[in-house]
Design a protein around this ligand. Structure first.
Ligand SMILES: [Zn+2]
Length: 236
């Protein structure tokens, strides 16, 4: 795909890109092109256009912007559907240790190992244009892939030694922190389904509403800043 098509899609659809420095923006476009080429794209009920590929890939690049695409080495295939689907199967949540079969809208899914990642285009583009809502299904699902690099979806990305110990302590402490009012917590309650969702929701909040997360949960913000090598709250 041509560089112009990527730049066009980013300009029209990827609001977070406007917060980047010129150097970061250049890097975003480079990594987006590389990621597009490395993925096998499949549309179900929709043709996967250049705009769709570039919008998905550019959002996915945010967590790895300070590094390279190595954390996405298990992302081989992305399946795109036109809109979210409804699911009513039994699953864990909303509170730890509970289950629910309430119908829920599924706008993205990430499979373990080299399994595919599925995304609904209507959710992708809406989230991508409105980061102030704090949701980004692409960043969320790609964060699950980073979490699963070490095999388990457990909210613990592949870290070692002191960094690993620090991360586990932070996620345990932050999971247990109670807010008097849900409104004061920057995290969507869905984060508390399990540790994997906590990591994915914390990551999308870190990029979409960095100042809110830094204010509500400074230790979690600092741990994510160290993990991703970026300080999005300082981008203004
Ligand atoms: Zn999730």
């Amino acid at each position: 795909m041509g560089a112009d098509a990527i730049a066009d899609a980013v300009r029209h659809n990827v609001a977070l890109a406007q917060r980047l420095s010129p150097d970061e923006h250049t890097r975003l476009l480079e990594l987006t092109a590389e990621l597009i080429d490395g993925i096998s794209w499949e549309g179900v009920g929709i043709e996967v256009t250049d705009e769709i590929k570039a919008t998905i890939a550019a959002n996915a690049v945010f967590p790895v912007l300070a590094h390279d695409l190595y954390p996405y080495r298990t992302v081989r295939a992305v399946i795109v559907r036109p809109r979210a689907t409804r699911s009513s199967g039994l699953r864990s949540g909303p509170a730890p240790g509970t289950v629910t079969d309430r119908p829920m809208v599924v706008d993205g899914e990430a499979s373990a190992r080299s399994g595919p990642l599925a995304l609904s285009w209507n959710s992708v583009v809406y989230d991508s244009r409105h980061p102030q809502r704090g949701r980004n299904v692409v960043i969320h699902e790609f964060a699950h892939k980073i979490d699963m690099l070490d095999g388990d979806a457990d909210g613990v990305p592949p870290l070692r030694g002191d960094e690993l110990a620090h991360w586990v302590q932070t996620i345990d402490d932050e999971w247990d922190r109670e807010f008097d009012d849900d409104q004061d917590d920057a995290l969507d309650p869905y984060a508390f389904s399990n540790h994997a969702e906590f990591f994915a929701v914390a990551t999308e909040t870190f990029f979409c509403l960095p100042s809110d997360l830094a204010a509500a949960r400074p230790r979690l913000y600092a741990a994510l800043r160290d993990l991703y090598g970026q300080d999005p709250a300082a981008r203004g």
